[in-house]
Design a protein around this ligand. Structure first.
Ligand SMILES: Nc1ncnc2c1ncn2[C@@H]1O[C@H](COP(=O)(O)OS(=O)(=O)O)[C@@H](OP(=O)(O)O)[C@H]1O
Length: 432
């Protein structure tokens, strides 16, 4: 019964929700029966699509189930040397063979196949092109030259004559046009005459690779499909939203601007429409009433988790500059944009509160800090498992391994405020 606990929960939930029971079938190849949770997952972390929130779900699942998460070598920072196409050489040797991969990378099916188990399920997430481009434009305004050279940093001005500012071959140009397509390994600069045909072919190709393409506007509905695809429990997909901007950092878009964004990002727009339609076909097949009930259940369970973690409400949302605990401070790309995170006062224990459990802190931890902690714990585990191999690696001079280990601060206890080391995210290429 214990072994089949996950399946039992799922079946009872399905019964209660009036939903078709999920069957693991081919998604659990190599596991002991239909109840096993699927543990080999490659999540393509696209930019500004709520991907940090999905990543956090996956990282916590990996830790709870003692799985190995492929993490980047330190010279790649917390990304797999993005925007270079992914290579298995970018994976830290202490984090192989992996079960899960989630950090930013530019998709290469061949290289991921080389790295990941054969039964890996591929998932990704897309966002409506207008909202996504507005987020990219604000977030990367100071780093991406195509945006930086626009007078007054005005999105409308950029959209009037994008070719006056955009240089396809320039560093960071992938943030300025068809970013989703680029992240998926495609061609962001297909000539207009070919873009539509190319986009349709590319979408069909991606559909063969990815078992689920989530849509950030329907995040919870996407999670309903995700947990069924992976035969996970509801508790495995609970989350709080991460990496958000303050309302002041966002601008609202006119329908004219949205149309211009869609024309400029024509391939992304086709992809989005294609996978949005596909998501809704899958949701309808499950039954919209069932989906709605499960979404409600998910939100109630999340509220319960938040109460048990933080003794009531979520810690207050604050802009990065005002977060005292440096383990919880999200990276802030420039003074023009405010990214918010959750603040947990340093003196929490002094006030007689019980500090939150590790799993609770990790639910609100930004990706850079979480990735660092995970690399530390996976390196320790690797050294224990393979003492000989790790000493050979060290003697062969894998300097970054040792250097990284020394720079880790594995304590999860709230730390006094420190200036956020700009070098953590350092240059943009290594960071976002
Ligand atoms: N649950 C959920 N649902 C919908 N949207 C969400 C969710 N969680 C995060 N977000 C929004 O996602 C944006 C950040 O995306 P990423 O984490 O992918 O950004 S990054 O590329 O990793 O920097 C960022 O969007 P903007 O605020 O518009 O920039 C977040 O607000």
């Amino acid at each position: 019964l214990l072994h089949h606990g996950g399946h039992l929960n799922l079946t009872l939930e399905s019964f209660w929700l009036g939903c078709p029971s999920s069957t693991a079938s081919s998604t659990t190849l190599g596991r002991s029966g239909p109840s096993a949770k699927h543990t080999s997952v490659a999540f393509l972390k696209t930019h500004k699509t709520a991907s940090s929130t999905v990543q956090n779900i996956l990282l916590r699942f990996a830790e709870r189930n003692n799985l190995t998460v492929a993490l980047p070598i330190t010279t790649c920072d917390h990304q797999f040397c993005y925007p270079r196409p992914f290579s298995a050489h970018f994976v830290h040797p202490h984090t192989t063979p992996p079960d899960i991969i989630t950090n930013h990378l530019r998709f290469s099916r061949t290289e991921l196949r080389r790295l990941m188990p054969n039964n890996t399920i591929y998932i990704t997430i897309l966002r409506e092109p207008g909202a996504m481009f507005e987020s990219l434009f604000t977030y990367f305004n100071h780093h991406c030259l195509s945006f930086k050279r626009v007078p007054n940093g005005s999105l409308e001005t950029f959209l009037e004559h994008p070719w006056s500012y955009y240089r396809p071959e320039e560093k960071d140009s992938m943030y300025a046009r068809n970013t989703l397509t680029f992240d998926l390994g495609g061609d962001k600069d297909r000539p207009a005459s070919e873009a539509l045909a190319y986009a349709k072919r590319f979408a069909a190709e991606m559909e063969r690779v990815f078992s689920l393409v989530m849509i950030s506007e329907y995040f919870d509905e996407s999670l309903v499909l995700l947990r069924r695809l992976l035969s996970w429990d509801l508790n495995d997909v609970l989350y709080v939203s991460l990496n958000m901007r303050t309302a002041d950092s966002k601008s609202s878009l006119s329908s004219k601007s949205i149309a211009k964004i869609r024309a400029w990002n024509a391939v992304d727009s086709v992809l989005y429409d294609y996978f949005n339609a596909s998501l809704w076909r899958q949701l309808r097949a499950l039954g919209l009433a069932c989906v709605e009930r499960e979404v409600q259940l998910l939100r109630q369970s999340r509220d319960r988790l938040v109460r048990s973690c933080f003794g009531g409400h979520l810690p207050p949302l604050r802009s990065a500059a005002h977060i005292t605990n440096n383990q919880l401070r999200p990276w802030q790309p420039s003074s023009k944009v405010e990214i918010v995170g959750y603040d947990l006062p340093v003196n929490m224990t002094q006030k007689g509160h019980v500090p939150p459990r590790d799993e609770c802190l990790k639910m609100i931890m930004p990706e850079v800090q979480y990735t660092r902690l995970l690399l530390h714990s996976e390196s320790l585990r690797y050294r224990k498992r393979f003492p000989l191999r790790s000493s050979q690696l060290t003697s062969r001079g894998v300097g970054h391994t040792r250097a990284h280990k020394e720079s880790l601060a594995p304590s999860l206890n709230p730390q006094p405020s420190e200036t956020m080391a700009r070098s953590t995210k350092g240059s943009l290429r290594l960071s976002q």
